[in-house]
Design a protein around this ligand. Sequence first.
Ligand code: TRP
Length: 354
Amino acid sequence: MTEFKPLVFSGVQPTGNLHLGNYLGAIRKFVALQENNDCIYCVVDLHALTAQLVHEDMATQIRSITAAFLAAGIDPKKHIVFNQSQVPQHAELAWIFNCVARIGWMNRMTQFKDKAGKDREQASLGLYAYPSLMAADILVYRATHVPVGEDQKQHLELARDIAMKFNMDFAEKIRPTGLGIDIKVGDEPVHAYFPMVEPLIDGPAPRVMSLKDGTKKMSKSDPSDLSRINLMDDQDAISKKIRKAKTDPDALPSETEGLKGRPEADNLVGIFAALADKSKADVLSEFGGQQFSVFKPALIDLAVEVLAPINAEMRRLMEDPGHIDAVLRDGGERARTRAEKTMNEVRDIIGFVR
Ligand code: TRP
């Protein structure tokens, strides 16, 4: 029994401003993973067309996610940073996966139901096929580990289902090519060409909630900008938003138990803990018994300390779009080489003439 070579892949859509939740939940994880792994980080611009076709500022959005990756510390020389549309093999493998995935599987995707809303007839075919393209993003590199938020778990399960069906349906064609390896799926031995991807969901990443309503996720689509801290916010904006963040009248508790039923307090303590790389219990042992009038200024200082350098570097990078584009082109070229190798193997397995 062998194993696939570990490879980390993740994608971020170039829609809307990146905020603190994206940073703590995703980008910071990407940075940590690059220490011990081969990583590919992709700005998924093809996915951005699924909900809305025309974007005024598509190029700026792509560059700004890239700038955030670089400013946060992702090394585009050791790893690969690129935008999806530069590697047409993603769309090509997605087509094959469209023929692997079953309509019944797609119909179970809760994100499609949410995003399509009531008028499903008017949703794009691309929105429906979105998870199939996502599976192709990952599997065109035969990546094994995918850092994502909880909301993407179902899409990764679908990627496993697609990989499994491909492996099973083509088993007799994979074997003679020598391209597959023997893995175990549960207790079942499988001769696999595509790996079973693992989500990397847990870790220190907190669920970052709205600053205006501790029961709602911090979101780029919230109409109130005061509800979120954007990565492009400067020091004044960060401090204003935290000062205005919703709280309750009580002092902070000394133990995490005391945060129950206090969503706003819980959220701010969670953000502090994540920014400081501590547990909530540690934060409360420092601030338990204190009022928000004491805690908020401390949170402002910490948020500014962590985010201001990233913010400054993002602004600096955004002033030189030519440099960002060069990084993406270089990443795109290296990604394409790897993806084309997989596609040639897939073409051979299927039996296409080339
Ligand atoms: N669907 C992901 C999101 O909205 C973005 C994404 C596209 C992705 N392709 C991916 C994430 C591949 C991980 C791996 O967050």
